[in-house]
Design a protein around this ligand. Structure first.
Ligand SMILES: NC(=O)c1ccc[n+]([C@@H]2O[C@H](COP(=O)([O-])OP(=O)(O)OC[C@H]3O[C@@H](n4cnc5c(N)ncnc54)[C@H](O)[C@@H]3O)[C@@H](O)[C@H]2O)c1
Length: 268
């Protein structure tokens, strides 16, 4: 693909990279040449994943991070810069999903989801901007990729609050890109909208919509999603990781403030 798509010399932090989509993103960035740090609340799994990904020679480390805690963000950004010698890619992937009918919304659970999916993401962008912009401790600009969801572009019953958090990711991305561009930070901000993937989160969602009485069984729920998808299947983690890698690379250096669907056409 040529050098423009290489991430050699780049320094990346992937939140929520202990498993699922985030682990695949960490692997893809490392395979493209970046030094990667996974930041996750799941400590044992995060260390195990970083260890596995490093076996092939790639450089992948782990740091404990709860994205909702600003003090942790400050420490993590400082330790990424000192551990791997810079910071110019942030993938805001950590997320939570709560499936509930609106008539049954539990404010405590839903607030925690908004805190992770939106406040956590905003804090990630805040501290990336401060570190990566000219004069910051990393100071060379960079690329931020946020993980939204096809649920920002479609209507599916049972996920009103989750869809709200993912629509917010879309808007936060676009305003962040505008601020970074206008203020000359040298930082691009984009997002991707993955379709449904059978990660732990995706499988749980399919089981939950059945539990809520919206579908008779998991096969029917998944079949409904597939029937709404022109390419006729669910997504794979690697497909999201490839799109993120492109948006992090110089192959997309005039692309900012956009959302790239990776959903087989479902949200079109
Ligand atoms: N699976 C899907 O179908 C799907 C589709 C579209 C978008 N997404 C989005 O992709 C992202 C990853 O999803 P996934 O399917 O891999 O989920 P997952 O549940 O398998 O993994 C999520 C990871 O985030 C971590 N995490 C949760 N809360 C955290 C916090 N406060 N701080 C740091 N880390 C935290 C978890 O420990 C876990 O490692 C999420 O933002 C999700 O909303 C998933």
């Amino acid at each position: 693909m040529g050098d423009r798509f290489s991430l050699a010399g780049r320094k990346a932090l992937v939140t929520g990279g202990a498993r699922g989509i985030g682990a695949s993103i960490a692997e893809a960035l490392a395979n493209s040449g970046a030094d990667v740090v996974i930041g996750d609340i799941a400590e044992d799994l995060g260390r195990e994943t970083a260890g596995k990904l490093s076996q092939g020679g790639a450089k992948v480390g782990f740091v404990k991070l709860d994205v909702t805690d600003e003090a942790q963000w400050e420490n993590v950004v400082a330790s990424v810069i000192s551990q791997i010698g810079g910071y110019d890619i942030l993938v805001n992937n950590a997320g939570a999903e709560v499936t509930a009918l609106i008539s049954d919304i539990d404010p405590v659970t839903v607030r925690r989801m908004f805190d992770i999916n939106n406040v956590g993401m905003l804090l990630g962008i805040k501290h990336a901007f401060r570190a990566m912009r000219p004069g910051g401790p990393a100071g060379n600009g960079g690329a931020i990729v946020n993980i939204s969801s096809v649920s920002a572009n479609i209507v599916f019953p049972g996920i009103a609050a989750y869809s709200g958090t993912k629509s917010a990711v879309d808007r936060i991305t676009r305003v962040a890109a505008a601020e970074a561009g206008k203020l000359g930070y040298g930082i691009r901000v984009n997002c991707v909208y993955p379709g449904l993937i059978a990660t732990e989160m995706g499988v749980q969602l399919a089981q939950d919509v059945v539990r809520l009485g919206l579908f008779p069984d998991v096969d029917t729920a998944l079949g409904t999603v597939v029937a709404l998808t022109p390419l006729g299947r669910l997504a794979e983690v690697e497909e999201v990781a490839d799109a993120v890698t492109f948006l992090a690379s110089n192959g997309s250096k005039f692309v900012t403030g956009v959302g790239l669907p990776v959903d087989g056409g479902m949200g079109s």
